[in-house]
Design a protein around this ligand. Structure first.
Ligand code: NAD
Length: 477
């Protein structure tokens, strides 16, 4: 298929073909577009050996030299953004323009982390005369990282950039369903002059790879983005070997719409955002709690806007939302909608798969959804919004906090005191007021409760990839 790259393993600075490969599908056509290799245990051992050597080399580089290589890699990806975006649209389905924006976002992670890696400052602790206490942040070692399929380039970029900026080496197991983004990261780092073994890319059976890599002595941190259930499993494996984890897991983002805002404007913004990446975003706005006075207007305009979202092949220039990335998401949407209907929810638009090849499912709006419906508890991870009325801000906060998740949360209000009440009261790692953007390269991103542990991005993000060493130095003996 045009412009879809050959996917191989990248170990010790060299591309490696394997005997076994599984197909990659285009979700817009359900046709095979490429193949992804399956790493053997011997190849994982090679990657471990390479990453161990790579760590020795890279951790000895000055932060400035590391930054130069990372920024060069980002510049190469910017130059190749059309080619990379084409591959992403083929394997993931998202509209081509959104794929290009994803490439830029991935580059921003590299550029920001490269700069911040030069500012991982320690401390000098005031002490008695004759002794000096200094605190140093050293790179933690080799990172085993696992990235998901929803953002084939920017998800792995976030982990790779953080690890490299802190001076770590990395073995990345990227998604087998959308492998091309990670392949392009490897190409760019290779062409930018990254020493062999610092970055290694493998694919295969996710459970086999994680269970093999986590216990190995070279592995010093496990970084995962994906579902809470898999995150808990990997955290248990890591605990058996006393390894730290960085877990970016599921969410079920609440949006509180207060009656002091223009309900139509908030509804249009919300419906458009819901369609982003076909809702397959851990921060996707999903549970809308709208004050009663503006509820009907908000629901009506949200549904009207959702109906206008053009769903289609990501290469059509008028497409605003592509297919879902795999058949599992279609099955999940169908099951959640059927259950909500049975519980008494109103389906205002959408609700059924489009009758054509490809995993197309329209933006779906459910209103007056009873608490008993599964969708009130389970993250849809698709283009599904639930909209319910609330009588007070206190009730909205209580409902927002009712789930075990706490990743992103949003609110619309022009009242400073309400904004304060909401940002103080909602349990989430990221709260956005009057915007549905939850994270950029320079801000820390991550969850509380079952949404995960640790932060990516911002100054805080790099500290996950370091260990603290305190040095006590007496001037006499
Ligand atoms: P899943 O739980 O099977 O897999 C989620 C991710 O984890 C995938 O990338 C998969 O390759 C990986 N994975 C699964 N088992 C693993 C293991 N034992 N070791 C290492 N990696 C493993 O679900 P799915 O159908 O692929 O995705 C659906 C769910 O995943 C969604 O409901 C959503 O909650 C979650 N998800 C979250 C994000 C995110 O950005 N937080 C991204 C993608 C998926």
């Amino acid at each position: 298929m045009t412009n879809y790259p050959e996917v191989n393993l990248y170990i010790g600075g060299a591309w490696k073909k394997t005997a076994y490969a599984q197909p990659v599908l285009n979700p817009a056509t359900e046709q095979v577009i490429g193949r992804v290799p399956v790493a053997t245990r011997a190849e994982l051992d090679e990657a471990l050996e390479a990453a161990e050597q790579g760590f020795k080399v890279w951790s000895a580089f000055s932060p400035r030299k590391r930054a130069e290589i990372m920024v060069k890699a980002a510049t190469l990806m910017r130059e190749r953004s059309e080619e990379i975006a084409r591959a992403i649209t083929l394997e993931h389905g998202k509209p081509f323009n959104q794929a290009k924006l994803e490439v830029i976002r991935g580059c921003e992670f590299f550029e920001w982390d490269a700069a911040e890696g030069q500012r991982i400052y320690g401390r000098v602790i005031p002490s008695e005369p004759g002794i000096k206490y200094t605190v140093h942040h050293q790179p933690i070692g080799m990172v085993a990282a696992f990235s998901p399929w929803n953002f084939p380039l920017s998800q792995p970029s976030r982990k790779v950039a953080g690890a490299l900026a802190a001076g770590c080496s990395i073995i990345l197991k990227a998604s087998e369903e959308t492998p091309a983004g990670a392949v392009h990261i490897a190409r760019a780092l290779h062409d930018a002059g990254l020493p062999p073994g610092v970055f290694n890319l493998v694919f295969g059976m996710p459970a086999v790879i994680s269970e093999y890599l986590i216990p190995q002595k070279q592995t010093r941190l496990i970084a995962f983005t994906g579902s809470t259930v898999v995150g808990k499993h990997l955290t248990k494996l890591a605990a058996d070997h006393m390894k730290p984890v960085l877990m970016e897991l599921g969410g079920h983002a609440p949006v509180i719409v207060c009656d002091d805002v223009d309900p139509a404007a908030a509804a249009v913004t919300s419906a458009v955002r819901k369609a982003r990446n076909a809702g397959q975003v851990c921060t996707s706005p999903t549970r809308f709690f709208v004050q009663e006075a503006i509820f009907e207007t908000f629901v009506r305009v949200f549904a009207e806007t959702a109906r206008t979202v053009v769903v289609g092949d990501g290469f059509n220039s008028n497409t605003q939302m592509g297919p879902l990335a795999n058949h599992r998401r279609i099955e999940a949407m169908e099951a959640l909608v059927a259950d909500a209907k049975q519980c008494g929810a109103r389906v205002l638009t959408g609700g059924e798969r489009l009758k054509q090849p490809g995993y197309f499912f329209p933006v779906t709006v459910l209103a007056d959804v009873p608490e008993s419906a599964r969708v009130m508890r389970e993250e849809p991870f698709g283009p599904l919004a639930v909209i319910n009325p609330v009588s007070s801000i206190d009730e909205a906060i209580q409902k927002a906090n009712a789930l075990p998740f706490g990743l992103a949360a949003y609110a619309f209000t022009h009242s400073a005191s309400r904004a304060n009440q909401l940002t103080e009261g909602i349990e989430a790692g990221n709260i956005s007021i009057n915007t549905l953007e939850a994270s950029v390269a320079e801000t820390p991103f991550g969850g509380v409760k079952e949404s995960g542990y640790g932060r990516e991005g911002g100054t805080e993000g790099l500290f996950n990839y370091t260990v603290v060493k305190n040095i006590s130095h007496s001037m006499t003996i």
